[in-house]
Design a protein around this ligand. Sequence first.
Ligand SMILES: NC(=O)c1ccc[n+]([C@@H]2O[C@H](COP(=O)([O-])OP(=O)(O)OC[C@H]3O[C@@H](n4cnc5c(N)ncnc54)[C@H](OP(=O)(O)O)[C@@H]3O)[C@@H](O)[C@H]2O)c1
Length: 275
Amino acid sequence: MTTQYPDLKGARVLVTGASGGLGAAMARAFGAQGARVVVHYRTRAEGAAQTALAVAEAGGEAVKLRADLRSEAAIERLVDDAWQQWDGLDVVVNNAGVVLKAAILDAGSRWWDDVLNVNLRAPYLLSRRVAARMIDAGIRGTILHNSSIHARRSTRYFSAYAASKAALEMLASVQALEWAEHGIRVNCVAPGVVPVERTATALAEAEELWRPHIPLGRYGRPEEIAELTLFLASEASGWTTGQSYVADGGMLARIDMPRRPRPPLPPEPDLIEDD
Ligand SMILES: NC(=O)c1ccc[n+]([C@@H]2O[C@H](COP(=O)([O-])OP(=O)(O)OC[C@H]3O[C@@H](n4cnc5c(N)ncnc54)[C@H](OP(=O)(O)O)[C@@H]3O)[C@@H](O)[C@H]2O)c1
């Protein structure tokens, strides 16, 4: 069930990386609000077409636009074309991202630059172009970034990815400060483990390994991340800016200790003595 946010009806939305995975779910969820959505993609044109169809079937409108977000010129064209498409933008979700799993001693600058370019530089460049236009047009818009639990806890072999997401969260909070006077809010969603097309098979095979680490006992669903995104995009969160919201089934709430048997209850505390 998707919560309805009346202010998102007709909203002009850009979701980057919406050719599959979380971005596609977000685009569909905006569609179900009656929003007008630019579905951005890079390589999966067919996936983007399916997302656009799903947006329309859900009750919204959609167009798809292609851009390699490692290129500043391509980012500028994407923003300009998206802006022109709906004559403005109210909501931008910087969702596109790449994951790199590699040891620091193995992966050099080429890998580092690729991850940082997509996950951090692109949201920086895209947001500043959008915010400048919003400010000019007097649009009190919302900018969202897709972060990760990796922004908060270190994990071996995720150095570039984790660094990019931690920096993205700090970028969001600085953007929030700089743009608050214009009524532009900036927040992050930080998902835990959510199977998408790219990871579904491997995660299905590893489910029993993961389960003990997720207090709610299951992986997340893209729709659950989309639901949080809608809330942060809508006026329902109108007093919230500069923050990052984790949806991870409780993973970050626990200290990673071995499971132990339920401890015996210690002796009953003394009774409080009344004076
Ligand atoms: N799924 C999770 O468990 C999880 C958890 C935490 C955070 N996240 C974050 O969620 C976001 C979406 O990831 P996902 O899991 O849904 O994976 P995904 O299905 O692989 O989606 C990644 C998206 O990013 C786009 N993209 C990648 N490189 C690009 C580039 N150079 N230029 C433009 N677009 C590019 C891809 O476009 P094409 O496919 O069209 O090339 C794709 O649409 C990422 O930022 C990721 O870090 C995911």
